[in-house]
Design a protein around this ligand. Structure first.
Ligand SMILES: Nc1ncnc2c1ncn2[C@@H]1O[C@H](COP(=O)(O)OP(=O)(O)OP(=O)(O)O)[C@@H](O)[C@H]1O
Ligand SMILES: [Mg+2]
Length: 233
């Protein structure tokens, strides 16, 4: 299988006043195509900082990051934005949907950056992605007319619409009750069965059982990186 992610001694410092916060202190791992990895750790351990690096939303202080074989360090801001748009789908805790905007319109958004995709194709791909997450009957509902679980499904459809090589999720079930969280997790599992590569950040240890591998962070370092032997696709 192809290596999708290579993190080579990644560190990220933040300077706040006179202090330097070492959010990540030299992190190494690779993730292959088709893996479903949870990144775990207590609050402040560096999970979101790492996910932002993996998602090309931020650059490391030192170290190198390769996404699908491309070194991200050598890229400028525009190149990184294009890479992000083509290769990565994001899902956040707070859904990040446009308010008072329909499910279709929200899902179409990433396709606007691709001039090759016509308006007609945009719409048909958005509908297809919404059907894939079980929202075929909510296509024209606006964000404020949906439940949290439905909004998160819209966000997942939006993450899928560009057919990304990588799906990144940061506390994607953080705002949902336990039943709805399980539904969203099983949606991620079915995406994984279809061959998607997923990195799922959570501080909830119970959720790591649902993925094929768990990387645990503490104080900006990896303290555990294990395959989940009980995991069945
Ligand atoms: N933009 C920033 N400026 C300064 N410090 C930051 C910044 N972003 C993160 N940090 C610091 O880096 C450390 C790691 O933060 P991060 O957000 O990655 O933690 P986390 O593991 O995602 O925590 P949580 O579970 O609470 O979301 C924290 O100590 C945080 O205060
Ligand atoms: Mg976080």
């Amino acid at each position: 299988m192809n290596t999708i992610i290579k993190a080579d001694n990644l560190s990220r410092d933040f300077i706040v006043g006179d202090e330097t916060v070492h959010a990540l202190r030299g992190v190494n791992f690779t993730i292959k195509e088709g893996e479903f990895v949870t990144i775990m750790g207590t609050s402040g351990s560096g999970k979101s900082t790492l996910l932002n690096l993996l998602g090309c939303l931020d650059t490391p202080t030192t170290g190198d990051y390769y996404l699908d074989g491309v070194s991200v360090r050598s890229m400028d801001k525009n190149e990184r934005a294009t890479l992000r748009n083509r290769k990565i789908g994001f899902v956040f805790q707070s859904y990040n949907l446009l308010p008072k905007t329909t499910a279709i319109e929200n899902v179409e958004l990433p396709l606007f950056y691709n001039p090759k995709v016509s308006q007609k194709e945009r719409e048909s791909r958005a509908i297809e992605a919404l059907k894939a997450v079980g929202l075929g009957d909510r296509l024209n509902h606006k964000s404020n007319q949906m439940s949290g679980g439905q909004m998160q499904r819209v966000a997942i459809a939006r993450a899928l619409v560009n057919d990304p090589v990588l799906i990144l999720a940061d506390e994607a079930t953080g705002n949902l009750d336990s039943k709805t969280s399980m539904e969203i997790l099983s949606l991620f599992q079915s995406l994984h069965r279809e061959g998607r590569t997923i990195v799922f950040v959570t501080h909830n240890p119970e959720l790591s059982e649902y993925s094929s591998r768990t990387i645990k962070l503490k104080d900006g370092r990896i303290i555990e990186d294990v395959e989940n032997k009980n995991y069945r696709r």
